[in-house]
Design a protein around this ligand. Structure first.
Ligand code: ASP
Length: 450
């Protein structure tokens, strides 16, 4: 049995949904299908999830949200018409959207989650209807009925362990089961969503729960590339990559896969295939537990900006037991997740994402570090990008660090930070955001040019 997930671009038009039907009809093992909400039809378009959020936000600011809802409904109407589905299908969607929009808004976060989930829920119903209209046996299932139980964190939920046992019985259902991605229910029965892009997570949980032979993730690119096409022109495709490599690459900006999604399949040892709905015959990329690293120690190069460094120094810091804990406690109190903590003898830097560190937060943190920790010096540097060179066997290949820093030097890039050794599969470099593209291009030329 294979678990198959289709992303928003694969569901954006009736034509794309027909391709989804072709892909499912072509392989009888594709029996458990997870769908996103319809995505963008072209670059200027808006995702259905964002249309629904706009409607919810209108309602939460004391407007009706009706006009915004009509835009989302029109997307479903176009799909239903394009697929020649019975009128009752669209009427059902309209009733559902109206019920959600006019529901009570007492808990704003839960209200918003219910609206956000309407994209996946109705898309899954519509896809099941389309499959039936082609003569396939297909059934929609709601995550509540299936037992997908999540933590009570609206917009940021996590799966609870008992879900895996509950979901296992999806194996035994006949025909194709169409499961909406992105949301589940708390133990008390409230609808909650994963973080944005979370249908990947649903797919991975289901694949692990049913012990799928393969988790196929259909998207709009032929494969994962060795570097982002936004940074390097025509990067080479990656045929095979390990979970760990993929995790590190998605952390640093590879957006093909939601980085939280690999955990369940990783634990279940289930291979993941990234494939293209527009070109399903292409090999795609296979994400596996292990790969042979011979001749290819580097799997990919990734980079992402938006970080800042909080630099703290205090003479004889190394002799002071508990300094690191107390410093990180300040970040914990402020609810700021930290990413890395490179350290020296008398100094420690905390690298955080700028989105969690606005100027008011910065002021509070700096004041506390100065007064409570009696630091000699505290400063903040913004506009940092992290560049990662990722590959299994990295630590055991002589000369990789020299090649990397040599490539930076030839391009005149100043390294703000180096972090090597904590991870078995990556080297991480901090550079100024303005240097990020040059940095990635120089590394790509070093490791991937013929
Ligand atoms: N529709 C949701 C989003 O736009 C989830 C997903 O597509 O995976 O974030």
């Amino acid at each position: 049995m294979k678990t198959v997930k289709f992303g928003g671009s694969s569901l954006a038009t009736a034509g794309q949904i027909r391709k989804v039907g072709d892909i499912l009809a072509a392989d009888g093992a594709r029996r458990l299908v997870v769908v996103s909400a319809p995505g963008r039809r072209d670059a200027g378009d808006t995702k259905v999830t964002d249309l629904l959020i706009a409607a919810a936000e209108a309602r939460l600011t004391h407007r009706s949200g009706e006009a915004e809802l009509m835009v989302a409904l029109k997307r479903f109407a176009d799909l239903a018409r394009g697929l020649e589905l019975p009128d009752a299908c669209l009427r059902g969607i309209e009733i559902d959207l109206r019920q959600r929009l006019t529901a009570e808004t007492g808990d704003e976060d839960l209200y918003l989650d219910s609206m956000k989930a309407a994209g996946e829920c109705n898309c899954a119903r519509l896809v099941a209807e389309h499959l039936r209209s082609r003569g396939l046996e297909a059934h929609f299932i709601d995550p509540r009925e299936a037992g997908l139980i999540l933590s009570a964190e609206a917009g940021n939920a996590r799966v609870l362990r008992q879900s895996y046992g509950n979901l296992r019985s999806l194996r035994d259902r006949s025909g194709i089961t169409v499961f909406p991605g992105f949301y589940g229910y708390t133990e008390s029965g409230r609808l909650v969503t994963f973080p944005r892009g979370g249908s990947d997570i649903t797919g991975a949980i289901l694949a692990a729960a049913v012990g799928a032979e393969l988790y196929e993730n259909f998207t709009d690119v032929d494969s994962v590339f060795a570097a982002s096409p936004r940074l390097v022109p025509h990067p080479r495709p990656v045929g095979e990559i390990t979970y760990r490599e993929m995790r590190e690459l998605s952390y640093a900006g590879f957006s093909v896969f939601h980085d939280e999604a690999l955990e369940p399949v990783f634990h279940g040892g289930i291979p993941v295939a990234v494939k293209n709905t527009d070109n399903p015959e292409a090999d795609g990329t296979l994400i596996v537990p292990d790969r042979s690293v011979e001749g290819a120690p580097v799997a990919g190069i990734a980079a992402t900006g938006g970080f800042c460094t909080v630099y703290v120094s205090r003479y004889l810091m190394n002799r002071e037991v508990g300094f690191g804990r107390r410093l990180l406690e300040v970040f914990e109190d402020e609810g700021i997740p930290y990413e890395h903590t490179p350290s020296g003898i008398d100094n420690l830097s905390v690298i955080v994402r700028e989105e969690f560190f606005d100027h008011a937060t910065e002021e509070r943190v700096l004041r506390r570090v100065r007064t409570e920790l009696v630091a000699d010096e505290v400063s903040v540097e913004r506009g940092l990008a992290l560049v990662m060179v990722v590959g299994e066997g990295m630590r055991h290949t002589v000369g990789l660090a020299a090649r990397t820093t040599g490539a930076f030097a030839r391009s005149g890039i100043n390294l703000e930070m180096i972090n090597q050794g904590s991870s078995e599969v990556s080297m991480m470099f901090g550079v100024k955001e303005a240097d990020m593209q040059t940095a990635v291009r120089s590394l790509y030329a070093e490791f991937f040019s013929d």
